[in-house]
Design a protein around this ligand. Structure first.
Ligand code: ADP
Length: 447
């Protein structure tokens, strides 16, 4: 096992990784921007290094500064968390060149899955069902028209380099296609520096269901069940649960085993998530995330595994200590992402947090780096905490969630907690009847 790990991230995920390291007796190094000098991840780490000014491109994305921080502190490995450099193949390569272990898959696997077209082709070759669409990138409008006519409208134009829900445009008819394509291309060029796009069938009432996998990089892999992340605003998840209210054990085993076999064949190392849209009992691959995800705690709640410790063990060269038969599921779990935002307009609400009280009790976990007196800087993501509740059944979980939300105190800023309280009164949410469009339609009805 490693003696010292550098955590190249901030906020709740930096704390999450730090906790896993500490339990394994690993020393931790925090890195931070000048805006985060007082952050909790810096306070709790064994050592910390300032890596630059507030903008992420100058600090949390500053590869030379992070490599230098490893060298100064003698860290042998880097955990990238999620976001920032977690899916940056060049970063993984540079660390390898400096004999520092990147805790995650190989740079090659990050590259393959980071390009959505290559990812789809690879998934198809590995026997994973994909959304019908163009075989590769779309060159010009004539080709787009032909593909769209073949698969049938509506279609979605997506950026090859896409992420974070950006660079996606829906066309309901040939009439919309040209404008959808040029908007998606220019958005993709502006956001990712790569204007390449491809076309997919636009599914009208799917759920977003993803499979968590864990591989040892030596040809063994297991799946840890699914998460249902259909409740989304602007293609961003806000509520995740395991199991999905839409799947039975047989369906779970079938898709899970198929994905685990594919990852074993690929020789995938570490944790990863294969994301699907699920409609009419069919799964359609949309992308793979080659990193730990925000919503990983719901899987931890139903499997009893610590996914970050599993990542660390595999990265240190360990074998998977179990087979698929050893993975068992118990109960139900739900995560709510709490953002520093106005709960109706979603306008960011950074600033001074005067008072904090987190809910507790059986089956209640809060992952957050907030504390009373902390000033949330305006430079980063608005996620300030995650509430994860678990229970024997979905019903018990919903009751616990209602109770836990009512105990939360975060004073001085606005948060999205009231939105979740409101959602818990909706019959569709109570019954688990929602698809990826449900939340947007619900929010549109509120204004
Ligand atoms: P990103 O990498 O930007 O998150 P994804 O490919 O994972 O993009 O898609 C994000 C979300 O966009 C999905 O969860 C879903 O809500 C929606 N989406 C993506 N592809 C389709 C599709 N073919 N049909 C309908 N909705 C889609």
């Amino acid at each position: 096992m490693f003696d010292k790990v550098l955590i190249a991230n901030r906020g709740e995920i930096a704390l999450r990784v730090l906790r896993a390291c500490r339990e394994l007796g690993i020393q931790t190094v925090a890195v931070h921007s000048t805006a985060d000098a007082d952050a909790m991840h810096v306070r709790l780490a064994d050592e910390s290094v300032c890596i630059g000014p507030p903008p992420a491109r100058d600090s949390y994305l500053n590869i030379p500064a992070i490599v230098a921080a490893c060298e100064i502190t003698g860290a042998e490995a880097v955990h990238p968390g999620y976001g920032f450099l977690s899916e940056n193949a060049r970063f993984a390569d540079i660390l390898t060149e400096h004999s520092i272990k990147f805790i995650g898959p190989s740079a090659e696997h990050i590259r393959i899955m980071g390009d959505k077209i290559t990812a789809k082709l690879t998934a198809k070759e590995l026997g994973i069902p994909v959304v019908p669409g163009s075989e590769g990138g779309i060159g010009d409008f004539a080709e787009a028209r032909k593909v769209a006519a073949d698969i049938g409208y509506p279609v979605i134009i997506k950026a090859t380099a896409g992420g974070g829900g950006r660079g996606m445009k829906v066309a309901h008819s040939e009439h919309d296609l040209e404008i959808a394509m040029s908007t998606a291309q220019s958005e993709a060029k502006a956001a990712f520096g790569n204007g390449d796009v491809y076309i997919e069938k636009y599914l009208q009432k799917p759920r977003h269901i993803e499979i968590q996998v864990l591989g040892d990089g030596k040809g063994r892999a297991v799946h840890l069940g699914e998460r249902d992340c259909s409740l989304q605003r602007r293609h961003q998840k806000i509520w995740e649960e395991a199991h999905s209210p839409a799947l039975n054990a047989h369906q779970r085993d079938e898709i899970g085993n198929r994905v685990a076999a594919a990852m074993a064949k690929l020789g995938y190392e570490g944790v990863g998530t294969i994301e699907f849209l699920y409609e009419n009992n069919e799964f359609y691959f949309i992308e793979m995330n080659t990193r730990l995800q925000v919503e990983h705690p719901v899987t931890e709640a139903i499997t009893g595994l610590d996914l970050v410790q599993e990542q660390l063990r595999v990265a240190a060269g360990g074998d998977l200590p179990y087979t698929q038969e050893d993975i068992t599921f118990s109960g139900h779990a739900i995560e709510c992402r709490i953002n520093a935002e106005n709960p109706t307009t979603f306008a960011p609400s950074p600033g001074l947090v005067n008072a904090v009280h987190f809910p507790g009790g059986l089956g209640c976990r809060v992952d957050s780096a907030l504390y009373a007196g902390y000033r949330i800087p305006p430079y980063y993501d608005s996620l300030i905490g995650k509430l994860i509740v678990s229970g024997k059944s979905r019903t018990e979980c919903m009751m616990r969630l209602r109770r836990a939300l009512s105990e939360f105190v975060i004073e001085g800023i606005e948060t999205t907690i009231p939105l979740f309280q409101q959602l818990l009164t909706e019959p569709d949410i109570i019954d688990g009847h929602y698809d990826i469009h449900w939340l947007e339609q619900y929010l549109a009805r509120q204004v």
